[in-house]
Every structure is written in structure tokens, then in C-alpha cells.
Design a protein around this ligand. Structure first.
Ligand code: PGA
Length: 256
């Protein structure tokens, strides 16, 4: 039985440590007592230690939004996986905004996913087609390429803690969310690729949907047999909305 993973991607918000810790505390309080869901918040890296101190060990897990593949060296502005150890349990890799604005490629995403696993961090590998790719009917081709590249550095999937997030780029921050069945169809494709790589473990890997996920539409994703949670942007900045999505995951019928 896969436990759904709901991860809040705060992106470059909020802009002060005090706002970050208040939001984290509100999420912690909302998540308290919720069983059957893994609640993750991914604050900006600079607030990770403040947030960790504030929330302590418990129901809310912490993630980073990106990291370098390398451990140290001349990589101005980057954060090493060694620096994240002990602070973050998860790390989002290959978010479409990183691919678009920071030059991340399929190849670098693969290196980062492998590095995260090698350093005991759980990668949330994000994949998804752009609007023009969808229009031209290239979605399954893009997903195939991105998923294989993201996992290229892993010999097996069992024990890696891997999470895959399907985030159609056209749905991110637009309010134009994918339908539950459309997201499920891509999740099935992703799980089939996982099964080629590691047939034993494919069924254990949570596959999230992301892109304008809200309290209103979340249940439509969690009802799908191959969708095990969500990567949430805008709605993760409001503790009430994020809590409602956590509840939707808890209330959803479970799939083995
Ligand atoms: P959104 O962002 O929920 O605001 O669409 C999702 C994401 O970018 O991970």
C-alpha cells in the first residue's frame, strides 16, 4: 500500500524567516494527528534550518526545492547534498521552473536524482510536458524521455525513497489543472517505465500530480489508482488550503 505524499513547494516564498516559521507551524498544527499521509513542506533553502527548529521532529517532513549534484567546489550559489543532510529528507529535482530558468537538463536531472539517493535524500523527480508539446501530441514522448533520463543513474528503485511528480507545465500556476483521468493516464505510463527499470519496486513508488492542485480538485487526483499525492505550489502557501489537500488524501480510497 502506497502512502500518499503531499509536498508543498513554497518556491521563492515567503520572504522572511518569521513568515516561513509561522507558515510551517500552521502546517504542522494542521497535520497533527493525520495518519496515512506523508506531509512535506519545501521552504526556500535559506529558511530550512529556521523551519526545522520551529517544527521539530514530527508529522511534517522537510524538503529542499533543488540541490547541486556535486558535494563541494566551485559552484557559486549552489547547495550541496551534504549540506542538506540532516535538514531535508526530500529534495525536488528537475522542477519545470528550474528547467526553464536555470538551465536544468534531462542529463543534469539524472545526475541530481542519483546524487540525492546516494546521499540519503528522497528525490521528488518532476517531469511534465509543455503546452506546445501537449498540443502537438508529444506528451507521452516527453514523459518517456524525461522519466528515463531522471532515473538513468539509478540501478534499482527499491530502497531509494524515490517519488515521481507528474507536473504538466501548462497547469503550473495557471488554474488550468489536468483532469483526473488525464493525470492518471500519464501516471500509468510513468509506472510502466518504473516497472521496466525495477519490476519489484515499481508499485512502491509514489507518483504525484502537480499543477494548480487545490482543495477543490485534489480528491479527483487522489481517487485515481496510480496517483499517490500531489506536489502543491500556490495552495501550499495557505495552511488551511494545504491542510484541506492533506485531508483529501487521507479520505481518498486507497489503492495497493
Ligand atoms: P501550482 O505549482 O500548484 O502553483 O500550480 C505546482 C508546482 O509548481 O509544483
Amino acid at each position: 500500500m502506497r502512502v500518499p505524499v503531499i509536498a508543498g513547494n513554497w518556491k521563492m516564498n515567503p520572504t522572511s524567516a518569521s513568515e516561513a516559521t509561522s507558515l510551517a507551524l500552521a502546517v504542522r498544527d494542521a497535520a497533527d494527528g493525520l495518519a496515512g499521509v506523508t506531509a512535506v513542506i519545501c521552504p526556500p533553502t535559506i529558511w530550512l534550518s529556521d523551519v526545522q527548529r520551529a517544527v521539530g521532529a514530527g508529522r511534517v517532513h522537510l524538503g529542499a526545492q533543488t540541490m547541486a549534484a556535486d558535494e563541494r567546489g566551485a559552484f557559486t550559489g549552489e547547495t550541496s547534498p551534504l549540506m542538506l543532510r540532516g535538514l531535508a529528507e526530500f529534495v525536488i529535482i528537475g522542477h519545470s521552473e528550474r528547467r526553464q530558468y536555470d538551465g536544468e537538463t534531462d542529463e543534469s536531472v539524472g545526475r541530481k536524482v542519483a546524487s540525492a539517493v546516494a546521499h540519503g535524500l528522497r528525490p521528488i523527480a518532476a517531469v511534465g510536458e509543455r503546452a506546445e508539446e501537449r498540443r502537438s501530441g508529444a506528451t507521452s514522448h516527453v514523459i518517456d524521455r524525461q522519466v528515463r533520463a531522471a532515473l538513468a543513474g539509478l540501478e534499482r528503485l527499491a530502497g531509494t525513497g524515490l517519488v515521481v511528480a507528474y507536473e504538466p507545465v501548462w497547469a503550473i500556476g495557471t488554474g488550468d489543472a489536468a483532469s483526473g483521468p488525464d493525470a492518471q493516464a500519464v501516471a500509468v505510463q510513468i509506472r510502466a517505465i518504473l516497472a521496466e527499470i525495477d519490476p519489484e519496486a515499481a508499485d512502491e513508488i509514489p507518483i504525484q500530480y502537480g499543477g494548480s492542485c487545490t482543495p477543490e480538485n485534489a480528491a479527483a487526483y487522489f481517487a485515481q489508482p496510480d496517483i499517490d499525492g500531489a506536489l502543491v505550489g500556490g495552495a501550499s502557501l495557505k495552511a488551511d488550503a494545504f491542510a484541506a489537500i492533506l485531508h483529501a488524501a487521507v479520505d481518498a480510497p486507497r489503492h495497493a
